[in-house]
Ligand binder design. Structure first.
Ligand code: G6P
Length: 610
């Protein structure tokens, strides 16, 4: 899991451009980073453990000479974060530098062969085999491009790589199962893990497919496709796509953190997503309608969106769906179960390897693959038979917020569309549901506007607490679990998200006077039973914090703290507004504890390792 960038400019020093590009990729990993440039036939490298700004402060990346270079920001897989394990990695003669995102599964065998041939290794990484293999290949192949091609045919696993040689005029990049995009600018040409890396320089992009190899110079990007024997076949010129994201969208826009900006962007993200074309929605729903089984596959926050979808599909469309956690996907679903199954993979990045693996497994078993993702051109979109895009825009904060809201909105729209097909909803009823859904952008705007300062105070009040329960019933169980995940991942506070009814069967043993419990309590058909759970916990001295309707005076009176929310236009979509206070609570809990919510320790935005 890493961010990579390569850039070739016609003139001028490239180092500061690479450094700033890496900053915009830091969400992909940030335990070490490095930059390599070439000037007058010599390779220059600066790299170290730590975040880019800290390393820059110590080493000053910007003094690296030359108008061509590569950069890397790392999320460790093989070998702990350290200076030697930081990328770029080089060959023995320091004539080739490589940055890599992904995992080379057969690196151990390759390394042993290379060592037997006299190559010396400095790091514990899987990546370092690549420059040494290219060095070997260059002893009998004329060009860097061919040497890279020969090398990658021997690699097993996933990679996006950029290779820099000392001739100082060209870069070669290639991908398999890890993202890579080309940027075509007026000053030069770029390749990177993601578009924001080169957005200030160009919006013209070409998304690479697996097995494509690109030769980059300051004014060209020549693409080829590699076959199993290592032969390269030139590809026709592909028209670049002009991405609509502005650099402002990809940056903080005046907020102290991306996470807060992204929480505040939710009304906009939601209304853009709700503009989904009716035909696209119906085509998607029809595939679900025509299959006997519907299986959802997702990880992390996206999994919580699919949990909520289970309730929506059941109540709105009369369809039961099976929710599977991505990492368990290939082990859960027996080989005989592919046919007659529609798989709905929900992933904001489209690159989560657990999700990709589960989907690949099910596709091989004959399942039809549908996906909901936020990332155009991501790996999942190439595996899927049909794609619906959420319109959250780039989400940089590691903890998912606006992409969650947009996933919920898309799943809600889908359940209504399906409900009309199954006959569970009349046209009029489905219209009313869509109208209710369309009120949520304004509703969540009001929640943010009216509740943010109170939530900040609540976070302050519970600053000394190191354990929380988040409880809900029905669809709110998913909201409770998402609230617990958020506070765990960014505030490093232990929290359990649990079905409130089930909390009697174990978790309640932990409750003692002062134990904080957050109840997610919308005014739906679970509300009456939830009150019994509140009473059970209160009787044991728990501190009750309720997220509930502003009209629910009874629960407000029973609670030690209440965060009152506007009445719901439809009880089926409560997670969209009820998650907002929990996102804000986690954010302020992190800030008040002195943690950086955008880059929590040990986590990464898109997890591309199994
Ligand atoms: C990581 C991120 C989470 C995200 C999960 C699934 O764990 O830190 O925020 O929910 O991956 O990501 P996806 O891109 O598949 O939705």
């Amino acid at each position: 899991m890493c961010g990579i960038i390569g850039a070739v400019h016609m003139k001028g020093n490239i180092a500061s451009i690479l450094r700033q590009s890496l900053k915009r990729l830091e969400y992909r990993g940030y335990d070490s980073s490095g930059i390599a440039t070439v000037s007058e036939g010599t390779l220059f490298i600066k790299k170290d453990k730590g975040k880019i700004d800290d390393i820059h402060h110590r080493l000053n990346f910007d003094t690296l000479p030359g108008s061509i270079g590569i950069g890397h920001t790392r999320w460790a897989t093989h070998g702990p974060p350290s200076k030697v394990n930081a990328h770029p990695h080089t060959d023995c003669q320091k004539r080739i530098a490589v940055v890599h995102n992904g995992i080379i599964e057969n690196y151990q065998e390759l390394r042993e062969q290379l060592q037997a041939n006299g190559h010396r290794f400095e790091s514990q990484t899987d990546t370092e085999v690549i420059p040494h293999m290219i060095e070997e290949a260059l002893s009998h192949t004329p060009t860097l491009k061919e040497a890279v091609a020969e090398t990658i045919t021997q690699l097993e696993g996933s990679y996006a790589i950029v290779v820099l040689g000392t001739n100082g005029k060209e870069l070669v990049c290639a991908r398999k199962e890890s993202p890579l995009v080309i940027g075509l600018g007026t000053q030069g040409v770029y390749c990177a893990s993601d578009v924001p890396a080169f957005l200030p320089m160009t919006r013209k992009t070409i998304v690479l497919e697996d097995h494509e190899v690109v030769h980059l110079t300051s004014n060209s990007a020549l693409m080829s496709r590699i076959d199993d024997t290592g032969s390269l076949a030139p590809l026709p010129i592909r028209e670049p796509t002009v991405v609509k994201w502005t650099i402002d969208m990809a940056q903080k826009g005046g907020y102290p953190h991306f996470m807060l900006k992204e929480i505040h962007e939710q009304p906009r993200a939601l209304s853009d997503t709700l503009r989904i074309r009716k035909n696209d929605l119906e085509a998607f729903a029809e595939v679900l309608h025509n299959h006997k089984n519907i299986l959802t596959i997702a990880a992390g926050t996206s999994f919580h969106a699919t949990m909520a979808a289970k309730y929506m599909f059941s109540h709105i469309a009369d369809r039961l769906i099976h929710g599977v956690i991505a990492s368990e996907g290939s082990d859960t679903v027996a080989e005989s179960l592919g046919k007659d199954t529609a798989v709905l993979a929900v992933t904001q990045s489209g690159e989560t390897i657990d999700t990709l693996h589960a989907v690949k497994h099910l596709k091989n078993q004959g399942a039809t693959i549908l996906t909901i993702t936020n990332t155009v051109g991501s790996s999942i979109t190439r595996m899927a038979d049909s794609v619906l895009y959420t319109q959250a825009g780039p989400e940089i904060g590691v903890a998912a917020t606006k992409t969650y809201a947009t996933q919920l909105a898309t799943l809600a729209s889908l359940s209504i569309s399906l409900g009309t097909m199954t006959g569970a909803q009349t046209d009029k009823e489905s219209q009313e549901l869509f109208m209710a859904l369309n009120q949520f952008p304004n509703l969540i705007q009001a929640v943010i506007r009216n509740q943010e300062s109170q939530i900040k105070e609540t976070a302050q009040q519970y600053i000394t607490k190191s354990n929380f329960f988040f409880l809900g019933r029905g669809i709110s169980t998913s909201t409770a679990m998402e609230g617990a995940l958020k506070i765990k991942e960014i505030a490093y506070v232990h929290a359990e998200g649990y079905p409130a009814g089930e909390s009697k069967h174990g978790p309640i043993a932990l409750v003692e006077p002062g134990f904080p419990i957050i109840f997610v309590a919308p005014n739906d058909n679970t509300r009456r039973h939830l009150e019994s759970n509140v009473m059970e916990m209160k009787a044991r001295g728990a501190q009750i914090i309720s997220i509930c309707s502003a009209t629910d005076q009874r629960l407000i009176d029973l609670s030690h703290h209440a965060i009152p929310l506007p009445e719901l236009p439809s009880k089926f979509f409560s997670p969209i507004s009820y998650v907002i206070p929990l996102q804000l609570l986690a954010y302020y809990a992190a800030i008040l504890r002195g943690h950086d919510p955008d880059q929590p320790r040990n986590l990464a935005k898109s997890v591309t390792v199994l």
